[in-house]
Design a protein around this ligand. Structure first.
Ligand code: MG
Length: 161
């Protein structure tokens, strides 16, 4: 079998006094909110890492980067992604494509999507046209709709090189 598929999901709380980083890009929330978490709380990169680990049945990011471990406090999630990519490449796997969807009421992400795609593509070693980043709202429903947090889903396809 030369193909593997992986799925990832993450959600983080929106709180005052924290930066809002999505897909490796610093954004401004209209109310000055950011995502809370042990690392930089980049929910998009976290979902993506879980999808990559899931494709290879290597567990989840909680196992690889435990929130209680001070080594990962305040981490740049792109650095954690680099570590996950080392695991992906170790046995000869490479990314075919990824697709993600960010669920957030605000801020509007439209103008920043291409920057996120380029950043993620560089981290994965693939061209940006193989990185999907989509944004949707939750139509005001549930915790994401009440702007208590931002969630993200990701899928990845890997092939043996
Ligand atoms: Mg997370």
């Amino acid at each position: 079998m030369h193909l593997r598929i992986g799925n990832g999901y993450d959600i983080h709380r929106l709180v005052p006094g924290r930066p809002l980083i999505l897909g490796g890009i610093r954004l401004e929330h209209p109310d000055g909110l950011g995502l809370d978490g042990h690392s930089d709380a980049d929910v998009l990169i976290h979902a993506l890492m879980d999808a990559l680990l899931g494709a290879l049945s290597l567990g989840d990011i909680g196992q690889h980067f435990p929130p209680g471990d001070s080594r990962w406090k305040g981490s740049d999630s792109l650095d954690l992604l680099e570590k996950v990519m080392e695991l992906v490449g170790r046995d000869g796997w490479q990314v075919v494509n990824v697709d993600t969807v960010v669920i957030a009421e605000r801020p509007k992400l439209k103008g920043r999507i291409d920057a996120m795609r380029r950043t993620i593509a560089e981290a994965l070693g693939i061209p940006p046209d193989r990185v999907g980043v989509k944004a949707t709202t939750n139509e005001g429903l549930g915790p994401v709709g009440r702007e208590e947090g931002i969630a993200c889903h990701a899928v990845v396809l890997l092939q043996l090189s």
